[in-house]
Ligand binder design. Sequence first.
Ligand code: ACO
Length: 345
Amino acid sequence: MSPVPAKLLKNPRAKHDFKGRTCSIAAVGSYVPEKIVTNADLEKIVETTDDWITSRTGIRERRTAAADEFTSDLGTKAALKAMERAGVKPEQIDLIIVATITPDYPFPSTAALVQQKIGAYRAAAFDIEAACSGFIYALEIGQQFIMSRTYDTVLVIGAEKLSAIVDWTDRNTCVLFGDGAGAAILQNRPGAHGLLTACMGADGNKADLLLMPGGGSRNPATHDSVNARLHYLRMDGKETFKNAVNAMLAAATEALRRCELDISRIKVVIPHQANLRIIDAVGQRLGVKPDQVFVNLHKYGNTSAASVAIALDEVVQTGRVQRGDLILLVVFGAGLTWGAAVIEW
Ligand code: ACO
């Protein structure tokens, strides 16, 4: 049974303002590497054209990390910005969750490396892996720790160095992805705005649509596995596309239903930045106005777990939302996984 009296449900904040406890997003931050790889640059390494990439995806350029810059470095830079804006000191952080499919190592976790780099010596740290849906999964997990009174300050990061697992000889995938990171500080700030709901889903029946076959216990690194290029990302683009539209629509609808909100109440919709055609299809079916939807994939491509985290930071820093405005995040990725979150900024 819901702990919230039915009469309060018309107020979307009521569900997440339980006994004075809220999960507030105190601040966000993001970082993208300096190096820009344009579609024209890709024309020189695979058989593709700027016109094909732009018309099929909307992507014009993406960022790639330097050879000595890793996922933990990207995540650290995003985290430090969020911490500064939130006025949070390293020793205040209770927990660090990093969502990534490109950890620095299979183990230890990238979260542990970030903990060391930012000096958050009190914090517990772990990674989660839900591909492009990772940031919403991490937000939901962080929220549970805050609402259960286990922790007061949680650092959530989505960070990827996808350039390390992209097959730069495969035009089907190498044009799509980029590197970057976004971070959010979750805190219990009674009375403050925050995360109203987050919902998550998965379908392991479709795991084959999008995967990196090598490097795990099934295909550990051998000369043969490397020669067979198993350590690169593979994707059935067409099937992934169809599933993405349906899953994102279902997730967004569920998140709005839980908050008893109509889409017209949402100031900005931030969809996973994979493909402009997916974003348009989802937006149309949700009934959003074009100016409600935030898009930055032309600059960064698909940065997987970092995608909506970077976009949320850009939405906030450019003043597209004011405190109190409602934001809908909606994501989809390998697994398959999907999710949506409503934030009262
Ligand atoms: N340049 C030129 N031609 C290309 C390129 C390229 N870069 N890539 C593929 N092609 C060719 C294909 O070989 C194919 O040629 P063929 O017909 O001779 O075989 C043709 O273009 C058409 O390919 P399609 O697969 O039909 O292209 P489509 O319109 O489906 O677009 C795309 C492909 C962009 C990958 C799209 O399917 C897509 O965006 N899918 C979803 C990806 C996604 O959302 N991923 C999210 C999760 S990512 C994560 O979790 C890590």
